[in-house]
Ligand binder design. Sequence first.
Ligand code: DQA
Length: 142
Amino acid sequence: MKVLVLNGPNLGRLGRRDPAVYGSTTHTDLVDLCDRVARELDIEVEVRQTDGESEMLGWLHEAADRRLPVVINAAAWTHTSVAVRDACHQLGEPFIEVHISNIHQRESFRQHSYLSDIASGVIVGFGIRGYALALRALAGSD
Ligand code: DQA
């Protein structure tokens, strides 16, 4: 099984961005964690990050066409983008929405997600460990 892990805007700045909210781990640490968990689960994982919405839409279309399961942290687009929702809606395999912070403890504008009601599952508030939990869930491993 191959899983695409798709990260949206500003997540490339993890470690430098609001460490009180997002912790001190970097995007490279996130990739390393996903690679380690993938080896353990014997699955293939590819982690991508973009600040461009059209690039994200292209990756979601690719996942739909290749029937790949997806872990997505759409970051700010979670709260703003009907286009990202529509692209996620086309996915034929499970997709899991992940947020590093607990968006429900934060500003009111972060408490609505355009993805949660169509996601297979949602993981929030566990830092980058949320990605490991999502991969385990997709692989059916406890
Ligand atoms: C985030 C939460 C979003 O509200 C925010 O815009 C992000 C990161 C998270 O992982 O906690 O960029 O998705």
